[in-house]
Design a binder for this molecule. Structure first.
Ligand SMILES: [Zn+2]
Length: 541
């Protein structure tokens, strides 16, 4: 049996039974861990075909698991119009004007990442500036959070949106005094009107871009992602897996609209293999803070009467959650405002009752997980309810530091209870960490810095934001490994370096648990190991 022996390491296993070891042996054929322990114990495992790797006392952790990412979307946003550094409406229009000069007339100009909260006045932009920049191209630009679509007149025409278009029930078409659409569409029921008429991206290009970003994930020590995207991305992952080109494991979370199809086939969470597995479905309960579409129990600060948007009716939410749970599909509910979290938990509570009454137990559906995505604002009663119902908090700590100013602006004094990760931890709510890329960065060491320092590496001079809510390093690491594995119902295969689990690991240049915390982001990834094989970086053979 051929195997890889990793020796002389400082290995944090994330397994309480054996938290720190020197060495591990990984079976090359199955990619699973055969032994962990001290050098001698592990060396004894090796037969004559063993390959030895000297870790030179470097720190090893289980590979990072990003529990919330939109990978193909992230791959595309780098390629199309990228307005994240444009600090005004005019600056974005200038990017569009440039792109229009090199784009055949009539062809869509797409992209996004614009953030009006960074612009003077923080007003929503309008179609007029895009019309002036690109009069002969339909233009559609996503906001940074992906919840607003800014379009020009040609795009509105292609989608047949005009003064007579009825207002969607769970979305919004922003209009001027005469009812004319201004060029801003909010939330899926409105944005999809345009999104569905945009020509689909070229699959060859998509594949190239996705492969490029998969390599980046490896460079950052990420070995598994929970990818929240649709069927075309799932199909691409299947293709890459079949060709041996999928260098990161994927737990797929599909849009709720696919639930009928998944149920018809009888696909459950856990279906698939170690490289590509079905997780469940994603449901949007509301919009976002940045777009002021998060569903709120009280109005946004300074915007009386604006309670945000519940993007799914409460009734439909309940039916969807119950149907998915009965089908054995995990349920990931996007909930940013406190009302969204409340409604989501009502649905989960009802689904759990239904399952219990039907005699369905964890034994019948072992891979069913309930998770709230983001949980940026939640009442203390609902936090307690999350704990009681066993709901996972899927959190993206970089949001906390990136959103600090808008949280104070739009939530007023409520911001003090926002992004309350430490409170969740103290209550015993399972945490799963992730990035939400492309909304924010996906580099785990910078995200861990945000989680543990409540600060952004880009602005270290600012005081930490709500430092009481900082996570201890060890618990933040747990959330990026075991916690995320649990959220994917893969804790028996991943998340810790334990005999029988997959040999997925990251080798760091410094000891993350003993370097001063402010040095954490500079502590680069030396190598990434997937199923026992070094897929990024170099180690001494
Ligand atoms: Zn997301």
């Amino acid at each position: 049996m051929s195997m890889m022996l990793y020796l002389n390491g400082n290995i944090y296993t994330m397994d309480a039974a054996q938290p720190r070891v020197e060495a591990m042996a990984i079976d090359s054929a199955s990619g699973t861990i055969l032994a962990v322990g001290d050098n001698d114990e592990v060396r004894r495992m090796g037969g004559r075909y063993a390959e030895l790797v000297d870790l030179h006392a470097k720190t090893v952790l289980p590979g990072f698991i990003d529990a919330h990412i939109h990978l193909a979307d992230a791959a595309h946003r780098e390629y199309h119009i990228d307005a994240r550094d444009a600090l005004s409406e005019d600056a974005v229009a200038a990017l569009v004007r440039q792109r229009a000069m090199h784009t055949p007339k009539g062809q869509w100009i797409v992209g996004g990442q614009w953030d009006k909260n960074l612009w003077p006045g923080q007003q929503f932009p309008s179609k007029a500036s895009l019309d002036a920049a690109a009069p002969e191209h339909p233009v559609a630009l996503w906001s940074k959070d992906g919840h607003l679509l800014w379009v020009n007149s040609l795009a509105l025409q292609s989608a047949n949106i005009n003064v007579e278009t009825p207002e969607p029930a769970n979305g919004a078409i922003l209009r001027d005094g005469s009812g004319e659409p201004t060029g801003i569409l909010a939330e899926e029921e409105a944005t999809s009107l345009v999104y569905r008429v945009i020509s689909k991206p070229d699959p060859v290009l998509t594949r190239q871009l996705v492969q490029r970003i998969l390599a980046e994930l490896q460079r950052f020590g990420i070995t598994t992602i929970h990818d929240i995207e649709g069927e075309s991305t799932f199909q691409l992952f299947e293709q890459l897996r079949d060709e041996g080109e999928l260098g990161v494991r994927v737990n797929m979370i599909l849009p709720r609209q696919m639930l009928p199809k998944l149920r018809a086939v009888g696909l459950r969470a856990g279906f698939g293999d170690d490289l590509l597995r079905l997780g469940g479905i994603k449901i949007f309960a509301d919009g976002t803070l940045g777009s002021q579409t998060a569903a709120m129990l009280e109005s946004f600060e300074g915007k009386p009467g604006n309670f945000g948007i519940l993007t799914l009716s409460e009734q439909e939410m309940k039916e969807t959650v119950s149907a998915a749970a009965e089908a054995g599909l995990s349920i990931a509910i996007h909930a940013i405002g406190d009302r969204a979290a409340h409604v989501a938990l009502d649905s989960i509570e009802q689904a759990q009752h239904l399952l219990a009454n039907a005699g369905i137990t964890a034994k019948t559906l072992p891979n069913l997980r309930y998770r709230l995505e983001h949980v940026q604002l939640i009442t203390s009663d609902d936090l307690e309810r999350m704990r009681r119902l066993g709901v996972i908090a899927s959190i993206q700590p970089y949001h906390a530091v990136a959103d600090r100013d808008i949280a104070e602006r739009y939530w007023g004094k409520r911001h003090r209870h926002a992004y309350a990760y430490r409170s969740m931890l103290n209550l015993g709510i399972p945490l799963a960490l992730g990035s939400d890329a492309p909304v924010e960065i996906f580099e785990p060491l910078r995200i861990l810095y945000a989680a543990t320092m409540r600060n952004d590496t880009a602005t270290p001079q600012r005081p930490p934001w709500l430092p009481d809510q900082a996570l201890p390093v060890a618990q933040a690491l747990w959330g990026y490994t075991m916690g995320a594995a649990y959220a994917g119902a893969e804790e028996h295969r991943k998340g810790s370096l334990t005999v029988g689990k997959l040999g997925d690991a990251v080798v760091l240049r410094e000891d993350i648990l003993s370097v001063p915390q402010e040095k954490m982001p500079e502590n680069g990834v030396q190598a990434t190991i997937l199923g026992g094989k070094v897929v990024y970086g170099e180690l001494d053979l």
